[in-house]
Design a protein around this ligand. Structure first.
Ligand SMILES: *Cc1c(COP(=O)(O)O)cnc(C)c1O
Length: 426
């Protein structure tokens, strides 16, 4: 008798009809729908991007079958010859792109990368100092609902109440008072350059370790458009999937003297087998970051964000910090009489996908915040340019102003569709 599971014959261990569509039509159809959603909408989530087909191919490869606990040349499994090549290439390319002495490309995510740094450098109960979550920081920088705020004593610095900019003198003051073992610089919704060099000086003054988390801006750093923190920080973490435009994952850079501690913390400290298919896709993304078109792409990301900021300002929107030096714009909607949640919803309704976001000193609080965060990496990957970003700013303004006029919203939806048609995602 032949046993069959979802079209798979267990006796010959081969798929009779192994296309995803045949094996799992439900998942196939959700993926197809998601691909269509990405094509038919203007995705302005600042932390998202569109990876190349080459990255997707590496990610969807048979490398997913391989166990490779350990590091290249020192694995706990046989048969690692080819995955060793993959990880070695990924690491050497990563070191080259970010001019780092040491790179670890195994973290499954930005969060895992940060946890590994804490595990390597801290004892439970040690003090850490990071940017307040509601001022642009990240959950992993000491939020009380995250392990970083539960296993360590976490403190935060905030932005200036008038300018909403980081004020290094205020950071210095807090750092001297708290005397943390580790300071974190880096943010998720801060639209300005961060003076990593200034943070390094503060960390040195109080004998703290400096961790720079460049999750959002790694792509801008990779081609020299933003200053590289690898030179001045003790340790740098990043994601590979935001501006960097690689597969979903994390990475860590450090000086040679911390290399062993970091590697040990990632494995066996925190993770098991590395995701070799993702590491292959990371290697592809590192290679793409060294191609000539990459810098042009990142320049366009920045130009588009600055054009978007200018256009929105011109249309009466208040921008946190008044503008941007990055790929993202944080809009303070209070003068528009709409909450971030409502704005996110009505914009999505016309095909503009954003996220509600708290603004510094948000009077509404984190659950129903006053802002939305907009980013340009995905639109730029589709080839959109300043003219399109100006048009999108107008569409955003009309959507929010005319949100109760369903006929007007229909017209906006049509204009969004037209834009999407002209700039294919793939
Ligand atoms: C996105 C982000 C992370 C976490 O990345 P995940 O891959 O989602 O875990 C960490 N730090 C900062 C500053 C981020 O913006």
């Amino acid at each position: 008798m032949e046993l069959k599971v979802a079209g798979m014959s267990l006796t010959d261990n081969k798929l009779n009809n192994d296309s995803l569509q045949a094996v799992d039509p439900e998942i196939y159809s959700s993926i197809t729908d998601e691909q269509k959603r990405q094509q038919d909408n203007l995705i302005m989530i600042a932390s998202e991007n569109l990876v190349s087909k080459a990255v997707i191919e590496a990610q969807g490869s048979v490398l997913t079958n391989k166990y490779a606990e350990g590091y290249a040349g020192a694995r706990y499994y046989g048969g690692c010859y080819f995955v060793d090549q993959v990880e070695s290439l990924a690491c050497s390319r990563a070191r080259e792109v970010f001019m780092a002495e040491h790179a670890n490309v195994q973290p499954h995510s930005g969060t895992s990368a940060n946890m590994a740094v804490f595990l390597a450098m801290l004892q439970p109960g040690d003090r850490i100092l990071g940017m307040d979550l509601s001022h642009g920081g990240h959950l992993t920088h000491g939020s009380k609902v995250n392990i970083s705020g539960r296993y360590y004593q976490s403190f935060s610095y905030r932005v200036d109440p008038d300018t909403c900019m980081l004020d290094l003198e205020a950071v210095r003051h807090t750092a001297r008072e708290i005397e943390p073992k580790l300071i974190i610089a880096g943010a998720s919704s801060y639209p300005r350059l961060i003076d990593f060099e200034g943070f390094a000086v503060i960390a040195r003054e109080i004998g703290a370790i400096l961790l720079v988390d460049m999750a959002h801006t790694a792509g801008l750093v990779a081609c020299g458009l933003h200053p590289n923190p690898v030179a001045c920080a003790d340790i740098v973490t990043a994601t590979t999937h935001k501006t960097f435009r690689g597969p979903r994952g994390g990475m860590i850079f450090c000086r040679q003297k911390h290399a062993r501690a970091i590697d040990q913390a990632v494995f066996p400290g925190l993770q098991g087998g590395p995701l070799m298919h993702i590491i292959a896709a990371k290697a592809v993304a590192f290679k793409e970051a060294q191609l000539p078109g990459y810098r042009t792409y990142q320049e366009n990301v920045l130009e588009n964000a600055s054009v978007l900021a200018e256009a929105l300002s011109g249309l009466g929107f208040t921008l946190v910090t008044g503008g941007t030096d990055t790929h993202l714009v944080l809009v303070d909607l209070r003068n528009k009489n709409i909450s971030g949640m409502e704005a996110e919803k009505v914009l999505e309704d016309v095909g503009i996908v954003t996220n509600k976001n708290v603004i510094p000193y948000d009077p509404r609080g984190a659950n129903n915040p006053s802002g939305i965060r907009l980013g340009t990496p995905t639109l730029t990957s589709r080839g959109m340019a300043p003219a399109q970003l100006r048009e999108i700013a107008v569409l955003i303004e009309e959507t929010i102003t005319c949100r109760h006029n369903s006929r007007h919203l229909d017209k906006i939806r049509q204009r969004v569709r037209n834009l999407c048609l002209h700039y294919p995602a793939y």
